[in-house]
Design a protein around this ligand. Structure first.
Ligand SMILES: Nc1ncnc2c1ncn2[C@@H]1O[C@H](COP(=O)(O)OP(=O)(O)OP(=O)(O)O)[C@@H](O)[C@H]1O
Ligand SMILES: [Mg+2]
Length: 319
């Protein structure tokens, strides 16, 4: 029996570690078990270890410790086979400036032995996806940063890989291109059995696109689940409070109330997960008054992944 059937997972990592030098432990023991034909988002702030994790999974960087398999293949011992099964788009572009956009895509297709008809059809479809048709026959060196990003992105999509890795795919895309890309990715998943691991800073995107989300901070996965599961742990509603006074005493009081799921204090914000926001608002306000805290702003909202991030890291997510 081959390993792929055995594990049934498209991406698997066990205690994966990357140390760049004495000081920098970029990835600190990550476990992943990503099922075939699902979309997984790694969500985390700058420097959390997202790109480093992707680099190890895509064979570009050797792990310091631990192991990983992609398409059932070991990323160190079977690196070449792994490369044949995956597509990758990185944050930084690595395009050859002297080529035209079309040539870069065509060259990439040739590398993967796509026939001419297939390459032409794919190039046409992908250029339209990111609105690069008009620039396609210009040299890449004349492209703006955003255009290079879009070209880099669709290059990763040329070859219809089994497993696709996208590092910050929507960085530098306008909202329309982001939405179109989202639809395209969903379509690949539904119709071509694609498995996708992406990283993003955008909460709404991860929430919309992913079957599963892993929140990564300081090289560790600190929370994992479906967007719904992560959000449900927050409580049905989140009450957000800003104000001044004895926040420590107020927070302690909030924690002691029977209807609060969790209480998180960020930089300037207290966030309380409750069973019903509208019903509990009055009780929260009176708890503030009784405990020396003056509310300046208070609101009730459905929890987002941004709230989840704040809960697990104690920090606001920076977009
Ligand atoms: N080549 C390198 N040499 C030394 N340290 C590195 C190197 N590459 C990354 N690092 C460090 O490793 C840590 C993780 O970096 P990484 O690029 O994986 O984070 P990231 O989550 O992708 O961040 P971003 O959101 O900014 O892309 C950071 O502290 C970074 O400074
Ligand atoms: Mg990165």
């Amino acid at each position: 029996m081959n390993d792929k059937v055995f594990s049934g997972l498209a991406i698997e990592a066990k205690d994966l570690v990357k140390r760049y030098n004495e000081e920098v432990l970029a990835v600190d023991g990550i476990d992943l078990a990503i099922e075939t034909n699902t979309i997984y988002s790694l969500l985390g702030p700058n420097g959390a270890g997202k790109t480093t994790t992707l680099s190890m999974l895509t064979t570009l960087l050797e792990p310091t410790a631990g192991s990983a398999r992609v398409c059932g293949l070991d990323v160190v011992k079977q690196a070449n086979d792994v490369r044949n099964c995956i597509g990758v788009t990185f944050q930084e572009t690595v395009l050859d400036d002297a080529l035209t956009g079309r040539q870069a895509l065509d060259f990439h297709g040739k590398l993967y032995n796509q026939n001419k008809a297939k390459r032409q059809a794919k190039i046409k479809e992908l250029l339209a996806l990111v609105e690069l048709e008009e620039a396609a026959d210009r040299k890449i060196k004349t492209y703006s940063g955003g255009m290079k990003r879009r070209l880099e992105l669709i290059r990763g999509l040329m070859t219809e890989p089994e497993v696709l890795f996208l590092d910050e795919p929507t960085l530098g895309l306008d909202p329309q291109s982001r939405a179109r890309l989202g639809d395209y990715i969903q379509d690949l998943k539904e119709n071509q059995g694609l498995t996708l691991l992406l990283t993003t800073h955008y909460m709404d995107e991860a929430q919309l696109l992913s079957d599963k989300v892993g929140i990564i901070d300081h090289g560790k996965i600190i929370a994992e689940g479906t967007p719904r599961e992560l959000i449900e742990k927050m409580g049905a509603d989140v009450i957000r409070i800003e104000g001044q006074g004895d926040s420590g005493r107020f927070e302690e009081k909030l924690r002691s109330l029977p209807f609060t799921q969790q209480v998180v204090a960020g930089d300037s914000l207290i966030q309380v997960g409750v069973d019903s926001g509208n019903r509990r608002l009055v009780e929260v306000i009176s708890a503030a008054g009784d405990n020396g805290f003056r509310i300046e702003d208070i609101s009730v909202a459905k929890p987002s992944l941004g709230d989840v991030f704040l809960k697990y890291t104690g920090r606001q997510f920076r977009d």
